[in-house]
Design a protein around this ligand. Structure first.
Ligand code: FE2
Length: 378
């Protein structure tokens, strides 16, 4: 059964929340070639150049490129020499998400509250400054090697963070594809760890479980998984957590855990106001999406009721539609975006729905199984 475990409060009181989170500040990926990764995110996904850190800024160990699109900021970091923490992370996991940074009013208080409630420290609060002001950052571990960094930046006016300079690319600035903000970020954890992480987000960050999908909801003929959706009080941060379930064949979560060599971020969902335009543009720039069989669309309106969009463009592009109690949503998933079959992206447009439906899981899973089949990992 899918259940609405704890509906989000209609009126949210920031002051009453021990862990007020204002939004996703940035997501940092550890990658083997930050320069080329940043170019892909600009050319294919429509991000623009924002900031840079490396040899020219006095950073002898790492090079980082920061790109942005509306409220989304991605950082791509590569080591400049062997034997670094970042290099070890890439050797083990391949390219992937290391940091989900959360924008907070007070990074010292956020850290103290989290540690008091049992979080493992990644970085004690530190003040970082330059001529434009200062930030305070602190950090805690989540699942696997993923960390959350709390960023307090109300006294900072620089381009990104101290240590970075503006990255200017006067000759190459592809236009936006309409991506606006990070809607949610999903983690894959080992069998038995989903409830542990649910408890972590409840106790340490004050999140509530808003949805639960068991292996009856999320299964195909061959594979299954379980998922619980955690949200903070104002609904701006949503972290679904997946774990594998018994199935006849190896599920996508098993495949991820095998190739990532551990727990990590499975996908990052980015929101748009016009998914048809955004996906048309992304496709034309070479972004690859999972293929959905056209039979999915035969029963679409029976399943989700009337929607504003014409079915044909959704069918042409492979966009999925689902519904919750409050409205509907449109979503589509890219193929995995690095050498290993691990992380991918979701593009989502919400039309009233604040959480997730369960109707798309089967279509999504079968699409992923077809990819797994080709990889010989099913
Ligand atoms: Fe998602």
């Amino acid at each position: 059964m899918s259940i609405l475990a704890t509906p989000l409060p209609k009126v949210y009181d920031n002051a009453a929340d021990f862990m007020p989170l204002l939004g996703t500040d940035y997501i940092e990926f550890y990658v083997s070639n930050s320069k080329q990764a940043a170019h892909y995110y600009k050319s294919a996904l429509g991000f623009k150049s924002l900031a840079y850190s490396g040899l020219e800024t006095g950073n002898r160990d790492y090079e980082s490129y920061v790109v942005e699109q509306d409220k989304i900021k991605f950082v791509f970091t590569s080591p400049l020499k062997s034997g670094t923490d970042v290099g070890r992370h890439i050797d083990k996991h391949g390219d992937g998400v290391k940091v989900t940074a959360l924008w907070v009013p007070d990074a010292t208080k956020a850290y103290e509250e989290a540690i008091k409630r049992g979080a493992k420290s990644y970085m004690e609060p530190q003040r970082e400054e330059d001529e434009t002001g200062f930030v305070v950052r602190s950090g805690i571990f989540s699942y696997g090697e993923v960390v959350h960094i709390f960023v307090e930046r109300n006294e900072y006016n620089g381009v990104f963070l101290p240590g970075f300079r503006k990255w200017e690319t006067p000759h190459y600035n592809p236009k936006s594809t309409g991506l606006k903000y990070v809607d949610h970020m999903v983690g894959n954890v080992e069998l038995g760890n989903m409830d542990k992480m649910v408890k972590f987000y409840e106790e340490v960050l004050g999140f509530a479980q808003i949805l639960s999908f068991d292996d009856k909801d999320i299964s195909t003929e061959y594979t299954a998984l379980m998922s619980k959706v955690m949200s903070n009080g104002n609904g701006r941060i949503k972290f679904p957590i997946n774990e594998p379930a018994e199935g006849l064949k190896k599920s996508q979560v098993d495949e991820y855990l095998e190739f990532y060599e551990g727990e990590g971020v499975q996908h990052v969902a980015m929101a748009t106001d016009n998914i048809i335009e955004t996906v048309t543009e992304l496709r034309s720039r070479g972004v690859e999406f999972l293929n959905i069989p056209t039979t999915y669309y035969d029963v679409l309106e029976d399943r989700v009721g009337p929607i504003d969009e014409d079915i044909q463009p959704l069918k042409d592009l492979g966009i999925l539609v689902d519904r919750d109690e409050e409205g509907y949503l449109l979503q589509i998933f890219t193929k995995t975006v690095q050498a290993r079959p691990t992380m991918f992206f979701e593009i989502i447009q919400r039309k009233g729905a604040q959480s997730f439906g369960k109707g798309n899981f089967k279509a999504l899973f079968e699409a992923i199984e077809r990819e797994q089949e080709l990889r010989g990992t099913l």
